[in-house]
Design a protein around this ligand. Structure first.
Ligand SMILES: NC(=O)c1ccc[n+]([C@@H]2O[C@H](COP(=O)([O-])OP(=O)(O)OC[C@H]3O[C@@H](n4cnc5c(N)ncnc54)[C@H](O)[C@@H]3O)[C@@H](O)[C@H]2O)c1
Length: 361
């Protein structure tokens, strides 16, 4: 009987009893002992007035847990109780929640991690770059945990999921953000570069949803009113094609197909699935890295006609945006809060592009 089968049921029981997000940590203390023969019996065994610590024995295997909150969280109004006239600060919707950001060590991922922590969430920073994730976790303090993962590898994602079950019991928000760009002409691109892009941007979203979505679905068995979110960081290139960048655009278009399909399926488990489609993060490392960033690359390759400085390359891309600038982390955070707060939407792809891409039909 693995911790993966037991912990989410216990966390779900606390969510149902308290109606606020909790962290479920391992504990030696015990105020209540529950002993059952099967996980199915466990799902029925929790009393409404759960004490802060509980030990659960399933088929002779015992696990002790302690439930606590991140800061002072109070229940949020839901459904008809959430009056339109009583708007809360939108960021409050993530306070106390357990979130995970893939590719959280740098770029948009790090911006999202910082935003969620500042809004009172506990955040897993899940990245292939173990040092980068650990450094950011050290900087941001105790309400973060660094996890090393290759999101394109199923064993790695499964191991991460088990680690989460053992550390916090479950999850409320997954931000599937890790992604790469390997630009190139369809007539010349190496097939391995195409496959790598597809694996990290497209297949990995399936793996992350399969395993972390499974954890959230298990938690829902004992918390039938608790809703959770999976948000994919897609791109404007998931909405319109991208010249000499087909591997990237194809993987992002495909991502929206997965978002819509997973949304239809996971609604029965209380999981909303949506995508955010940002425009270019011109201040992020992908564009601005002084050695390998796209500005330097485009300057050297002459991709922007007549540009002789990095500033001219930047202006060329800013000028494509009706709102006349690149996308900021804060723009993406506003979209994220909206999608989590919005109880009445799933399967959507939300552009955050300064007007560069406008939805039609
Ligand atoms: N930068 C932009 O202009 C832009 C625009 C629109 C959408 N996006 C999307 O935003 C997301 C983040 O992009 P970014 O520009 O911040 O990227 P970035 O390159 O700055 O950071 C990506 C992070 O993902 C991690 N990562 C890469 N492969 C991984 C793997 N296999 N497993 C786990 N972690 C992995 C990297 O270590 C890195 O920390 C991507 O999905 C990207 O497509 C970016």
């Amino acid at each position: 009987m693995s911790i993966l089968e037991i912990a989410p049921l216990v966390r779900g029981a606390y969510l149902a009893a308290r109606n606020v997000p909790v962290i479920l940590s391992p504990s030696d203390e015990t105020e209540l002992e529950l002993s059952v023969e099967s996980v199915d019996q466990l799902a029925e065994a929790f009393p409404v007035d759960l004490p802060d610590t509980v030990a659960v024995t399933v088929s002779g295997e015992r696990h002790g847990f302690r439930a606590h909150t991140v800061g002072d969280v109070s229940p949020l109004p839901h459904g008809k109780d959430a009056q339109a006239s009583a708007a809360e600060p939108r960021s409050r919707v993530v306070a106390g929640k357990v979130a995970l950001v893939t590719g959280g060590a740098q770029g948009f991922g790090a911006e999202i991690v910082r935003g969620l922590v500042a809004s009172g969430a506990f955040v897993y920073i899940a990245d292939l770059n173990a040092d980068g994730a650990a450094k950011l976790a050290d900087e941001l303090g105790p309400h973060t945990a660094a996890l090393t993962v290759n999101v394109a590898d199923e064993e790695s994602v499964a191991a991460m999921t088990e680690q989460i079950a053992a550390t916090t019991g479950g999850l409320d928000l997954v931000v599937s953000n890790a992604g790469i760009v390997r630009a190139g002409s369809v007539l010349e691109q190496d097939a391995d570069a195409f496959r790598l892009t597809t694996d990290i941007n497209y297949v990995a979203f399936f793996l992350v949803t399969k395993h972390l979505g499974g954890l959230m679905a298990a938690q829902r068995r004992t918390a039938p009113a608790w809703t959770t979110d999976i948000v994919q960081i897609n791109s404007k290139s998931g909405l319109v094609g991208s010249n000499k960048n087909g591997a990237y655009a194809g993987s992002k278009f495909g991502g929206i197909g997965l978002v819509q399909s997973f949304a239809l399926e996971l609604v029965e488990h209380g999981i909303k699935v949506n995508a955010i489609c940002p425009g270019n993060f011109l201040d992020g490392p992908l564009w601005s890295d002084p050695d390998r960033g796209l500005f330097v690359q485009y300057l050297r390759s002459g991709k922007v006609p007549g540009a002789t400085t990095i500033e001219e390359v930047r202006r060329f891309y800013e000028a494509k945006v009706p709102l006349n600038r690149g996308t900021y982390g804060s723009d993406v955070m506003r979209a994220l809060y909206y999608l989590v707060e919005q109880e009445y939407e799933t399967g959507q792809a939300l552009p955050v592009t300064g007007g560069q891409v406008m939805l039609s039909s």
